[in-house]
Write a protein that binds this ligand. Sequence first.
Ligand code: NAD
Length: 448
Amino acid sequence: MRIAIIGTGYVGLVTGACLASLGLTVECIDRDAERVAQLRRGEVPFYEPGLAELLAQCRLIDSSGTPSLRFSTPDVATLSEADVVFLAVGTPTSPDGQSADLRALTAAAEDTARQMRSRAVLIIKSTTPVGTGDAVARLVASAAPQSFISVASNPEFLREGRAVEDFLSPSRVVIGCDSEHAEMLLKCIYEPLLENGVPLIATTRRTAELIKYASNAFLATKLAFINEIADLCELAGTDVEAVSQGMGLDPRIGSQYLQAGPGHGGSCLPKDLLALAHTGRQFGINLQLVEAVKRVNEEHQARMIEKIEAACGGNVEGKTISFLGLAFKPETDDVRKSPAVALISMLLERGAHIRATDPQALHNTQRLLPGLDVAENAYACAVGADVLVLATDWDEYRELDFARLRAAVRTPSLVDLRNALPASAVRAAGFSYVGVGRASLTIERDDS
Ligand code: NAD
């Protein structure tokens, strides 16, 4: 089966590489000519563990004769040869600040439909509000009335940082189809995963679309909930880590997405929450919980600023604050809606001097915050700092030499926004330690 994928971002490129590794013939298409040139040179345009190796593997298959994976710009793509075309373009928040911006998706769908062959299937992998598949089907029918193209929804649940693993061993495959032909092709594509016992949810297009939003909104709700409990822990003199552990062991609750931190961020949860709330309003229902999660997250993030201000003695103006970690989570270079970047922007507005480091995300951060003072590693970042802030819990930060950091800073004060560092080792090196929702640690220190 021949597959084309429009968009070679975090989802499109991973999908392309993984499907090629499963033996399908894949053409990955992007309008960004520089990105396509990079991919053709064998360079991976972003950091995603395991992806470079997988792409290299597919290139090896290339040289054996049958090309399993190739890269094109839309003007030279051979869409007419594809049995199935996946749309994996971005659906960010619209300029109205609420709804999903579907302009890239609809433009790509219309262009693609005109080039697709008869009875091919167009699959929306991008996250799209309920009803988008119906609208795309109407658009496609009018752009290519003789082609009988089916439109299906196949939302993606991969996590950046584990994208390859998640794609190849997903918790479920969700497909929403309007025709038996589309459903048969999708089942065929995912057959190697389904044979391994991956559950399949075959449903309507609209339901598939909503499964994705409901899933992301629920994850954001868990995070907002534990962060709200963390705020209470600080006042009640308790430790959110123990609360989280005590809750998470209950299988009805589960331990994932139950870690207190600086508030959710990233390229998906914030925009998907907004879009779901907007969809609710379009249907005349106020999704109160979804709206509240957004508010709780914002208020919690504001409390992180207060925490950093307090560590600076009440005023950050003129203080050097060193950020360890910029990516929205470890093992990615993605800084879209990263809590670290949001906090840095707020602190810069308040007159702080920020120095920052990250193992992978420096380049992307500098595009968002040009002129940001960056350092190569944590030790260089700490030089002369009034406060160190751990903002992304990369593994390598857990193993820092805290005595060496202590020697570099001006004031030994550390704010751990991920509760990731060994508080006792940090304190033993001479730092004051503040986490999130960990008042019992503070009290223990005061008692000692
Ligand atoms: P991205 O911004 O990383 O990549 C999108 C790519 O599409 C870009 O390279 C862009 O140049 C390309 N593009 C846009 N319009 C095009 C067109 N007309 N023709 C060819 N190429 C075009 O986006 P992403 O993070 O991969 O997300 C894609 C979709 O998947 C979004 O809807 C997102 O919500 C969803 N999703 C993302 C993740 C994630 O972790 N990033 C996980 C699950 C679902």
